[in-house]
Design a protein around this ligand. Structure first.
Ligand SMILES: Cc1cc2nc3c(=O)[nH]c(=O)nc-3n(C[C@H](O)[C@H](O)[C@H](O)COP(=O)(O)OP(=O)(O)OC[C@H]3O[C@@H](n4cnc5c(N)ncnc54)[C@H](O)[C@@H]3O)c2cc1C
Length: 389
């Protein structure tokens, strides 16, 4: 069973009448196990963008889960969506990452877009369902954490914005139909919806990386890239504020991906420890191995609780900046510890391609960096706490 007891217990705690949600999540769990899991290793080894998986996901309605029905969403609670993402990540982290980015961009359009943008992009172009793909382009060679210093410029000329600059470390920019690009106007940082293939928008190079190898990481050149004035998202000069809110939504899903990856590494370690023998007995009989297994299980559940709790606060419309940051901070650092222990339990084989655990570690390694480093999240959490006192 891919939808595990620990997930079900939290969903039932949050929703006493959780019957329908359990059925949905059981079905998504079966889908993830049968349809995504078998190809996950190949997606990584052969660096294949998981387009086929994403097409299958459209039929399952997974991307659409938390969005309103007005935009072809399913209107489901965020903890249910988070539980689904956790299972996607457990099966294939590369697939889950695109779902996360897609959700983040859709949330930006939902929160800050005008009615035309919402109808056209979320609904007609099918961003909410995943029929079109999205990418998020904030980082530049000069600055990632220090987003307020970005250099890309957008100059208004008549009814056209002309974008010039470089974006780097951008996921899925080459595959995306819509890229949410942040650039500086004379009013401050603003956000633009740039259709893929717009003249002047080029993928200058693909950057090799440690994990999440199903995704291409690109450097983007914007050279006199022209977009209509109506492609400005929200108000001119408010882009940095939008980026913070959009990232807050994204971080919740990154936390869920971390929990899913850790769960995969843990379950594989549990099995391996029972199969592998040393000194005439199964290594699961050694108390030092049991200690690792116990710590892994405890930390995964702690991260899961933080993550589903943050998702619940979002549903309730409560300020969740600190709680989402705590979930992302704890879950991503936890995933690294768990995956590291998983490699240790697998011994030398854990370091090889024969087993999956090093892939889980390589994938987990990104998560304490992307969408807010652990350092930046610690600053944010402390800032919220200090403001409250
Ligand atoms: C695989 C991958 C995928 C990515 N996908 C995307 C994407 O799709 N879109 C996108 O826009 N970006 C993306 N990024 C970029 C990512 O968001 C940035 O790498 C991240 O925000 C950190 O920025 P930076 O790399 O410039 O590091 P820096 O900001 O230069 O930070 C370097 C180090 O200094 C620390 N630091 C910085 N400021 C402070 C401070 N004030 N106090 C204490 N420590 C500090 C950081 O925590 C970090 O440890 C991706 C990155 C990777 C690796």
């Amino acid at each position: 069973m891919f939808y595990i007891k620990d997930q079900k217990n939290i969903i039932e705690l949050l929703f006493p009448d959780a019957g329908e949600y359990n059925l949905i999540l059981e079905s998504i769990g079966n889908f993830a196990e049968k349809e995504l899991l078998p190809a996950a290793k190949r997606v990584d080894q052969e660096e294949i963008f998981p387009r086929q998986n994403l097409e299958k996901i459209v039929n399952q309605g997974i991307m659409a889960m938390p969005f309103p029905e007005d935009y072809h969403g399913l209107g489901l609670p965020h903890p249910v969506y988070i539980a689904a993402i956790e299972m996607l990540a457990k099966a294939c982290a590369n697939t889950a990452l695109q779902v996360s980015i897609q959700g983040m961009v859709c949330e930006g359009i939902r929160l800050f877009g005008d009615n035309r943008q919402k109808n056209e992009l979320l609904k007609e172009k099918g961003l909410v369902e995943g029929r079109s793909l999205a990418s998020f382009a904030l980082t530049e060679p000069c600055c990632g954490s220090d987003a307020k210093s970005i250099q890309t410029k957008a100059e208004l000329s008549g009814n056209i914005y002309v974008l010039n600059g470089t974006k780097t470390l951008i996921t899925s920019a080459a595959e995306a139909d819509i890229i949410l690009v942040f650039a500086r106007t004379d009013k401050g940082i603003s956000s633009f919806l740039v259709p893929g293939g717009t003249p002047g928008f080029t993928v200058a190079r693909v950057i090799q990386k440690l994990g999440f190898r199903g995704h291409k990481l690109s450097e983007i050149h914007l050279e006199n890239c022209k977009v209509a004035r109506e492609n400005l998202l929200g108000e001119d000069g408010r882009g940095l504020d939008y980026a913070k809110q959009i990232l807050n939504a994204g971080r919740m899903t990154i936390a869920a991906i971390a929990v899913g990856i850790a769960q995969a590494a843990y379950e594989k370690s549990l099995l391996y420890s029972q199969e592998r023998t040393a000194f005439g007995q199964s290594i699961s009989g050694f108390q030092l191995i049991q200690e690792k297994l116990a710590d892994m299980a405890t930390e995964i559940n702690a991260a899961r609780l933080l993550t589903y709790y943050a998702a619940h606060l979002r549903d309730k419309g409560k300020d969740s900046v600190s709680e989402v940051s705590q979930a992302k901070l704890f879950a991503t650092e936890m995933a690294l510890r768990v995956c590291d222990n998983a490699i240790q339990i697998h011994g030398g084989y854990g370091y090889t391609d024969e087993y999956d655990v090093h892939r889980h570690w390589r994938d987990a390694r990104l998560l304490t960096i992307a969408e807010g480093t652990s350092e930046i999240l610690r600053l944010l959490i402390a800032h919220v706490s200090l403001k409250q006192t």
